[in-house]
Design a protein around this ligand. Structure first.
Ligand code: GRF
Length: 214
């Protein structure tokens, strides 16, 4: 599997994918392209340090979402990638693009989906008083932060948490489950059946999870 990773900023999940998929010869997945819509995204430097090709496609240079997404699609194909990992990519993709990459595009979201889709999910989790939040890797469907769930990890929400402390605790779990999900998919062990993910040929390597939710 040759993945394109889409980012907009820091790129810590990208770094986890570089370290634990791309640079690990036992994982049959490489990163063939890192694409950012923001020229200043710090993650671009992480990709360059790992010798991975990068491209900036600035959404501000396009008249509409369709033409922007067409440029994304062309860049991914030009790089010879057959899979897309969204990793903090802060643009909403068109239905057409999402359909085109159906079951070949995953995203990581910092909540236990289907709870708290969209932005500010940590603040909303604290506000709701949930005892656990976490993160989810899922295949993408046209509606934001929806689609068959590949992996989740739960983390506690502590009484003194603010958005930042909760986000930091969840981010650690993200760095565990995103590479794990990519590894399972690259190994051909993941199937989407009736809009649910089935993992075949063995068991989840749960020892890799921080706090697994089966
Ligand atoms: C992560 O919390 C991810 O779940 C969300 O955006 C953030 C990106 O962080 N979609 P990073 O750029 O990977 O550090």
């Amino acid at each position: 599997m040759k993945a394109a990773v889409f980012i907009s900023g820091r790129g810590s999940n990208l770094q986890a994918l570089i370290d634990r998929c791309h640079a690990d010869p036992s994982v049959p997945a490489t990163i063939g392209l890192v694409l950012s819509n923001r020229p200043q995204a710090a993650g671009l430097k992480r990709a360059q340090a790992a010798g991975i090709p990068t491209v900036v496609i600035d959404h501000r240079g396009f008249p509409d979402r369709e033409s922007f997404d067409a440029a994304l699609d062309a860049a991914v194909r030009r790089a010879g990638c057959d899979f897309i990992c969204l990793a903090g990519f802060m643009r909403i993709l068109t239905e057409d693009f999402v359909r085109r990459w159906r079951d070949r595009m995953i995203n990581i979201h910092p909540s236990l989906l289907p709870a708290f889709t969209g932005l500010n999910c940590h603040a909303r989790a604290i506000e709701a008083g949930v005892r656990f939040s976490g993160c989810t890797v899922h295949f993408c469907r046209p509606e934001l932060d929806t689609g068959p769930i590949v992996a989740q990890a739960a983390v506690p929400v502590l009484p003194d948490d603010d958005e930042d402390s909760l986000a930091a605790r969840i981010l650690e779990a993200e760095h565990e489950i995103y590479p794990m999900a990519v590894r399972l998919i690259a190994q051909g062990r993941v199937r989407v059946v009736k809009e649910r993910v089935v993992v075949t040929d063995g068991v989840f390597p749960v020892e890799d999870l921080v706090s697994p939710v089966p």
